[in-house]
Design a protein around this ligand. Structure first.
Ligand code: NAI
Ligand code: 15L
Length: 264
């Protein structure tokens, strides 16, 4: 690619991915509402609020691919979620439609299905069971992406990320962990694929205790390499085992199911 856009580039995953994805494009365009670190030689930065349609059009213009990490990433009052995750998604897809339909990696979330019990194994067609307004906003994003694919051929990978972190630090993450390297390898495979469509991709490493079935993705050529299991002993040493009634060991979305509907 000539130019790859990473939104939410100032965030946790943005900071990790900007270096790992550098080989994908001559120029990496980093965009965020929050201040961005000084750009490297292969990078350019752009301040952009996703809720501002004109700014989003400018951000997307000239890009051949988009890794969309921007937006509210945890449970918040609805009026805080709506700008980035609802209006922002619409702005992004309208801008992509106007600028040659660059392939999009959409950072969706396990919180689209958070109310499933941890005893269930899920494939890509499991109905949504969001565990809060944040999860609902990601369901909206997935539905919007799907509609733009069916109507306009806009390709998107709907990546339902579990817990993308340097290492798993609690019992739930033995199932949900996605290593940074596995995430970067997935994104590279998504951009390498000759055709993509609009698949759901479960964003987890090859965890022995995983809940999600990616067997529909043989064509993608992505095989996660890491596994949370070797961290089990360390977690057992440092973390008391939660009671069987604790949402952290009952629901796939963990503690998010306990969130109230936050008000401003
Ligand atoms: P983060 O909260 O650290 O980063 C999100 C970034 O988006 C922030 O830098 C923020 O300034 C920016 N942002 C928020 N509202 C914006 C707006 N209106 N306009 C422009 N930028 C805005 O989140 P993190 O952990 O880096 O996650 C990245 C993406 O991946 C998020 O969309 C999140 O929902 C998703 N995700 C992350 C998971 C994880 O384990 N880190 C798990 C599941 C999904
Ligand atoms: C998410 O969707 C959040 O963005 C992230 O901060 C974690 O809470 C993650 O899910 C998780 O479920 O561990």
């Amino acid at each position: 690619m000539r130019r790859l856009l990473i939104t939410g580039a100032a965030g946790q995953l943005g900071q990790v991915m900007r270096k790992r994805l550098a080989p994908l494009a001559k120029t990496i365009r980093l965009a965020d509402l929050a201040p961005l670190d000084h750009p490297e030689q292969n990078e350019e930065t752009m301040a952009c609020d996703l809720s501002d349609a004109a700014a989003v059009h400018e951000m997307v213009s000239g890009c051949d691919g988009i890794v969309h990490l921007g937006g509210v990433s945890v449970e918040r009052p609805f009026n805080q979620i709506v700008g980035g995750n609802i209006v922002g998604l619409y702005n992004l897809y309208e801008a992509a439609r106007a600028h040659g339909r660059p392939r999009i990696v959409f950072a969706s979330s396990n919180h689209t299905i958070g109310y499933y019990p941890q005893t269930e194994r899920l494939g890509p067609d499991a109905p949504f069971r969001p565990d809060g307004l944040y999860g609902v906003s990601k369901c909206f994003g997935e539905a919007l992406a799907r509609m733009y694919f069916d109507k306009f051929g806009q390709e998107t990978a709907l990546v339902r990320i579990g817990s993308c972190a340097p290492e798993p630090i609690n019992y739930r993450m033995l199932s949900t962990w996605l290593s940074h390297d596995d995430f970067a390898a997935m994104v590279k495979a998504i951009f390498r694929a000759p055709t993509l469509g609009c698949p759901v991709i479960w964003g987890s490493s090859a965890n022995d205790a995983g809940w999600w079935d990616n067997s529909h993705l043989g064509w993608l050529g992505w095989k996660p390499k890491e596994n949370a299991e070797p961290y089990r002993a360390r977690i057992a040493t440092h973390t008391p085992k939660p009671a069987s009634s604790d949402p952290m060991v009952r629901f796939q979305g963990g503690g998010f199911v306990d969130n109230p509907i936050f008000k401003e």
